[in-house]
Design a protein around this ligand. Sequence first.
Ligand SMILES: [Zn+2]
Length: 396
Amino acid sequence: MPPSKVVRSATRQLHRDAVIRALRLQGAASRRDLQEATGLSRSTISSIVNELMAEGEVERCSAARTGRGRPVELIRVVEDAQRTWLGIEFSHGSVHVVLVQGDNQVRAQACRSYTGETTWSDRFAIASEVLARETPSEVAVSGVGIGFPSSAVMRGEDLITRGQEGALELIREVAAQVGQRYRAAVSVDNNVRLAGLAEMLWQTEAQPENQIYARVSDGIGGALVCNGQLVTGQSGFGGEIGHLTVEADGVRCRCGKRGCLETVASASAIIRRCRQGGAQVAGIEDVAQAYHQGRRVAVEAVTEAGQALGKVLGRVCVLIDPARIVLAGTVVSALPHLVDVVRDQVGLELLPVNQVLPRTVHARLGEDAGALGAALMAMSATRLRYPILIPDRSVN
Ligand SMILES: [Zn+2]
């Protein structure tokens, strides 16, 4: 399979935006109206309208008769509420798929598990099976978002990833295959960041402009939303709160540093601390049971984890002054009391001069948050100014 190619130039994107803007302003317009409104040539308008029609962005509507000539075809933007977006999240242990309609209704959702040893080509084969079952052929997909557990992010027309060896080729290939299948633009980002985006956008009445999202599971990932925008960073590492140092000479982290938050507050770190203290715990549920029974070793490990998490989140609060902290992941689900420990610790870290304590809450979305975020990213691709990766459609 040849790699995907970014074929939409910045100029082309500007022209497309101009056409859509003109259609939104006029409601419906002929190709000639669009020429006048945008100043673009007849051939450019014609090719952009054909492209947008093929993508399901615009549609023909009733033709208007001008004088005695033949009717002029009018074009309009397809109503967002009738359109469908696809979100796919590849995490370390499963793939989640959701189909979201423009009115924020989830039309279909599915999940399949795999193991950490499953190869990426097998993961994609599993995802393809799920997609074939959940997306009937009559469903026209307007855009696709894909979340990966790496530092994937797009900058201009480049897809950047520093996550894993060979990840760039893999992500490009998966994006190209999905894009070809649905004939839709594909956007890519880190899966935890997308989950944070979903928590901010999904059916809330008052969306906070500034939010910290932390997913505490086997690892710790995070997402920062500042002034309504996801912070991706220069190379896709924006929001990686799990790798802020909390113990100067602590345990070696999988990232190569020592004493990262992840080495103290992740599920594996809490389990390790309990075992070192003599507790026989197999998983985080056992830790939760020991904690609720008041076993000292579990109470200490969980409290230390919560305080470390609160210290890190509190420092980030000093930097970005968020309205809300959202805690997600298997550790928080097993130990909901962590939310209170974190809230108290954050309070100690804030500026004593009237900095407002952010609301610290448990995530509202479940396991499919990353897939929902991926669909929402695809929906808001132009509004949030996410660059869009267009797989090469000439390749079959
Ligand atoms: Zn680390």
